[in-house]
Design a protein around this ligand. Sequence first.
Ligand code: AMP
Ligand code: ZN
Ligand code: FE
Ligand code: FE
Length: 286
Amino acid sequence: MPTYPGPVRIDLHTHSSVSDGTQPPAELVAAAADAGLDVVALTDHDTTAGWQQAGEAADALGLRLVRGMEVSCEAAGASVHLLSYLHDPTSPGLLAEIERSRESRVTRAMRIVERLGVDVPLTWQDVQEHIVEGATIGRPHIADALVARGLATDRGDAFAGLLSSRGSYYVPHYAPDAVEAVALVRQAGGVPVMAHPLARLRGRVVDDGVVEAMAAAGLAGLEVDHRDNAEADRAHLRRLARRLGLFTTGSSDYHGVGKDNRLGENTTEPEVLEEIWSRGHRSATG
Ligand code: AMP
Ligand code: ZN
Ligand code: FE
Ligand code: FE
């Protein structure tokens, strides 16, 4: 009788303190092992700075790491998040765009804090205390400062109130066009997957036409099983994926204690992982 391995548990979307998660990459990978995952992707916002540390931890713990990134994009006035797996991190086109986003995120965060500072006791200094050196700055860091100041109970509370994208303190940051970003990820040898395509609670979402344009530019998959996609929307996304020849993934979007999302709460099929692995750039699959 052949012996079969147990089920392989694959989570393809997590954040470390290199962006807005709360654990350093090595700790995140250890948490993934503790959660019973066999494969975990590190997908920090607009940076690959955690890849090395995560890779070393994964090797030490016998976990398979998928090197990834979540690119902040926009399309038709909506915010779009694009997961990029196994791209060459030195590819100039993609690198230039994420550098531009990361710089814009700094000035944008300062402007949000300026606006907030008119009404609540919050300074840029407060926010800086919550950012790891070199990390991609986001609203979650401002949220942490608001919590420390007693102006919000947790990140969720801050996002529901003072930091809402629909509120008067909100300031957007530069983000590349989603269709162009798909092309740049492909140019970098990466595998582009649209993150939480219908996360309606966060703000505006795009219609199918944008997904079609992204597919025409080389999009590979849709992240269907994600807590921010409602059940009815997931059914729609599965049909859309089938029609456009895209695979589907499931992931947690874990942010440590920064969000309720638990590691492995959604998972991806091994066949899909193999497809990602076979399409990825050699420099990132080692
Ligand atoms: P930003 O990229 O600076 O606009 O901030 C968006 C980030 O904040 C996303 O990566 C989310 O993971 C995080 N975020 C959005 N809503 C919430 C929430 N309700 N609680 C905690 N984090 C959130
Ligand atoms: Zn995040
Ligand atoms: Fe996202
Ligand atoms: Fe994310």
